[in-house]
Design a protein around this ligand. Sequence first.
Ligand SMILES: Nc1ncnc2c1ncn2[C@@H]1O[C@H](COP(=O)(O)OP(=O)(O)OP(=O)(O)O)[C@@H](O)[C@H]1O
Length: 699
Amino acid sequence: MTSPAAAQREIASEQSYVDTVYERLDASADVARALVKEGFERGHVGHEGGLVERDAMVFQATRRLTALNAAHDGLVFGRLDLGTGEPRYIGRIGVRDAEREILLIDWRAPAASVFYQATAADPAGVVRRRVLRCSGSTVIGIEDDLLDAESAPADMVVVGEGALLASMSRARDARMHSVVATIQKEQDDAIRAPSRGATIIGGGPGTGKTVVALHRAAYLLYTDRRRFESGGVLVVGPSGVFMAYIERVLPSLGETSVTLRSLGEVVDGVKAARHDEPVAAAAKGSQRMVRVLRRLATEGSPETPTSFRYFYKDDVLRLDEKRLAGLRRHLLQQSTYNRVVPRAPAVLADALWQQVRGERAREEGREGFLDVLVDDHRFVDFVEAWWPERDAVDLWRSLPARIAEIAHGAFRREELDALRASWDGQPPSIEDVPLIDELRYLLGEVPPRVDEDVDVPKQLMSFERREREDVRSTRSIEDDGYAHVLIDEAQDLSPMQWRMVGRRGRHASWTIVGDAAQSSWPVPAEAEQARVDALEGKPEHRFRLSTNYRNSAEIYDLAADVARRAIPGADLADGVRRTGEQPAHLEVPAAGIATAVREEAEKLLGRVEGSVAVVAPLALRPLLERELATTLASHDRLRLLDALETKGLEFDAVIAAEPDVLIGESEAGWRTFYVVLTRATQLLTTVGSTSRWRTEEPA
Ligand SMILES: Nc1ncnc2c1ncn2[C@@H]1O[C@H](COP(=O)(O)OP(=O)(O)OP(=O)(O)O)[C@@H](O)[C@H]1O
């Protein structure tokens, strides 16, 4: 064991190196600031070229400045002592000295990969791997791994008990942190996997899937910045709470150009944060919705006129229901509904002209007929009523009134009732967003101009429609593609959600992370097929993470016992960190649950430094909200959450209220409970009026 004095000497020596790196970082920041200033001055030169130059210069310099600022905290975190030569220092970004010699290697550079890949079994030339723990720019601790004792010089000092254990034991706050200093080999393999096709990362709870996926996004940007920055990287997670939890990780790795969206915000212009109750949610997520929405987007609505009569000279021209239906089919064969909006007048005019027989009319010819028609408000009104531009959100709003008629047996009575109730005057739920997106694509966009359309007679090219007042931002569907799509908690995506994200990743490479055992989707096979369809045959590369870094081994043992009994085929992780704290179970009469939960929350707040969560079944939430109101108001470390809201999150301590009630609340109850049990890093208490979950073997 190293003496404290020797450790202090090592810290002081590392501090002097770290200081040198910060001096260079500050110098680079000064240069970037000077460039921003100079850029603005160029803007005053007065000619257009000056402005373009200014914009480019200011943009580049500002970006550099943002990256430098973001990388400031804990800039230097690693040192490698190889058998030969100078040590290599690893950091969040690369830094060179005034002579362009490397001071700090970017963690994503090939020269840094050995920092993560070396193990005692295969040291790959690394004698000692050192992690520097910093607070701001001050080195506060050192953790060493001696990987090749035989090659170590006699005077080599080895400090600490290993960086990983130290990092895992830290208190948890409201934000996820980067793990760049302690990425493990199997995680590094997934982070640095080539960007082709789809990289699928599986593994049990707490194995680092989320954190690995985020580091992978930063890695991809580093390796092919041009492609991924211009094409865009989209990161999709389950909820707004989750997105807030992970939003600091990428900036702290120097990346600010990634789009983070929760599932309720994937579609531009629509924001949803509320889940539907399970029956409606399952119906909305099901693939069965596709045909129903197709009917909605292509069939006329109750307001669509079913006949048209027009007097022209000596003729009465008629379009009856059957003929109009034929014309509708004809138009929809050409393209999507909105795309053929400009063609509708021509198709109708043609069908009318074919019926013109009168002598006088024939003499004036088709041109004359069209001249009259386009100026006649009766025709204009009819076209507008028969084939109006349609907006996806408006069409979605018509669902409650139309669902029964267009479902054609796709949904059971109970499902139809649940669907209608869910839409009762409500704004879109998270489960509605993919339906709106589906409608957007089914409808397509109204083309901006039709001048070049050879099929449309010249009179009809200028056919004026009235301006719509309520045009929505959801109309545009041309801007949805990304270069890389990253899906977190992928096991929970419904088939309709897979279709929605699939449209954004047609030409993208993908990273998909998830754990089937934590899925709350009731029909996994259907979702799996939708995932395969979304990837459109892109090659899949699979990685599995095996070690649980979140829970104490005692907590994970309990969760794994539940999984073995209730979740066939669960991918169980290895727990590594024993704390000596067994999870507690309190059995109390139903009437005393709320008080017991509150008392336990107050007790655990006193025992841990970081975050505490009370997880409630839906049925108990209002009661617990009342009971905990005062405690919640005076402790911002404490949160009250539904089971589904805890997905992907973690807390120092968790109290799970009424497990048996929670398990009974949905078809995926056991899997959801497994998620809840695996959220705590240090302390876990279950409080229930029954304890069936502790021994029950579900059928
Ligand atoms: N190499 C590592 N070094 C230090 N901490 C790590 C490492 N890998 C993961 N962790 C920590 O373990 C915890 C769990 O990680 P993460 O949330 O990414 O796991 P997950 O597999 O996505 O979990 P879940 O499936 O349960 O949501 C986080 O606090 C993360 O920072």
